[in-house]
Write a protein that binds this ligand. Structure first.
Ligand SMILES: NC(=O)c1ccc[n+]([C@@H]2O[C@H](COP(=O)([O-])OP(=O)(O)OC[C@H]3O[C@@H](n4cnc5c(N)ncnc54)[C@H](OP(=O)(O)O)[C@@H]3O)[C@@H](O)[C@H]2O)c1
Length: 353
């Protein structure tokens, strides 16, 4: 029996994870946490609403931590699991983006497994498994392009929150859905892939595949390209991370290839500048990815609250990156400082505007 601590149990990933755990006799929830929503309908012996997630993890001593918290708030749980060599099923990409260097150092000390839940990274993980780095030419991360694919900047100037939340292929929480609309999500995923698979940025490409059937691809040195295909349904990568290295049945119908058309296109980086800003932040390293993430979180929250226009999200992130020195964080305190400073900067801009 694998004992799972589910952090973010009330969210989109959290709910789907509960479905997977309930359907699998080899999995059980030993702990569940949310930020502020009640957990009355979640069946777990230990539950916590708000507060320090690592206290809950200390009490639960799980076999697997499924970190499905949204945002940088997930950082302590990520580091806690990696430091102790406890399997980490990671949906909370923000913690790896912001704290990638510290997280990898913690994993090297703890020796545990980092199992990606993000569908693209789950796909890449499966494609890369058992392959030496010398076989791999490059990674190709796919994205749907979000609800505004094909629009010009002029057409994006007055888009509403409701329009940004209408994702064409995935049903997700509000923050990642806005990130998908701005392409910040692909930027975060680029940095996430760099840290997960130790591949330099110039060998990670992003391409759009609007129906989200191809979850990612790898190019091999000999010219072959391998792709991972499936329905856009997070239950598959969640199930894979929780049952790894086994595979459990999920209630999904097989893909019907006779009805599929697969088209690919390049992302419009001029219209959606956050993807290029993320690449630049990742390449510069240090705390630049942390600043990118923090500024984006504050700006997205402001957009969702009606305080900031859609196009100003990227402006706020660019401004925060410009005003940061990006100095590496030697420990988690320094990382928290870099995160807080970037948040303050964006908040100041918001209160002036
Ligand atoms: N949804 C997807 O399909 C998908 C796909 C790939 C990756 N991801 C990643 O998975 C993560 C979760 O996304 P989501 O779409 O499931 O988000 P969501 O629906 O907004 O859910 C977020 C969850 O995090 C909890 N939470 C927020 N702050 C917390 C805190 N300080 N302490 C403890 N719990 C906290 C929320 O609790 P409350 O309900 O109390 O606020 C909620 O349970 C994100 O990092 C996202 O990028 C999601």
């Amino acid at each position: 029996m694998k004992r799972i601590a589910l952090l973010g149990a009330t969210g989109s990933i959290g709910r789907q994870a509960i479905e997977i755990v309930e359907a699998h006799p080899g999995l059980e929830l030993c702990a569940a946490a949310s930020g502020s929503s009640p957990l009355d309908d979640v069946d777990a012996p230990l539950k916590q609403v708000g507060g320090d997630l690592t206290e809950l993890l200390e009490r639960a001593q799980p076999d697997v931590v499924l970190n499905a918290v949204v945002g940088f708030a997930g950082i302590h749980a990520t580091l806690w699991a990696l430091e102790r060599g406890i399997d980490l099923a990671l949906a909370n990409k923000e913690s790896l983006v912001a704290g990638g260097e510290l997280a990898l150092a913690a994993r090297a000390r703890g020796g545990g497994r980092l199992l990606p839940v993000d569908s693209e990274h789950s796909a890449l993980f499966q494609l890369l498994e058992g392959r030496g780095p010398d076989q791999v030419h490059s990674l190709v991360i796919t994205g749907s392009g979000g609800p505004f694919r094909g629009r010009s900047r002029e057409e994006l100037s007055d888009v509403t929150v409701e329009q940004a939340l209408a994702h064409p292929t995935w049903r997700m929480g509000p923050k990642i859905t806005v990130d998908s609309a701005t392409l910040a999500n692909k930027g975060l995923e680029l940095i996430e892939a760099h840290f997960l698979f130790s591949i330099p940025y110039d060998r990670i490409e992003v391409v759009l595949q609007p129906t989200s059937i191809v979850h990612s691809l790898i190019r091999l040195r000999d010219g072959a390209t391998l792709a991972h295909l499936g329905h856009p349904d997070m239950r598959v990568p969640i199930s894979y991370a929780l049952t790894y290295p086994e595979r459990a049945e999920t209630p999904l119908a097989p893909l019907d290839f006779a009805s599929l058309t697969l088209q690919f296109s390049a992302p419009a980086t001029g219209t959606f500048p956050l993807l290029a800003l993320a690449r630049e932040a990742g390449e510069k390293g240090g705390t630049y990815p942390c600043v990118f993430n923090a500024a984006n979180e504050v700006a997205v929250a402001a957009f969702l609250a009606g305080r900031l226009p859609f196009l100003a999200i990227a402006d706020a992130v660019a401004d925060a990156l410009e005003h940061s020195d990006g100095a590496s964080a030697r420990d988690v305190e320094e990382l928290l400082e870099a995160d807080a400073a970037a948040r303050r900067l964006v908040e100041q801009g918001l209160s002036v505007a």
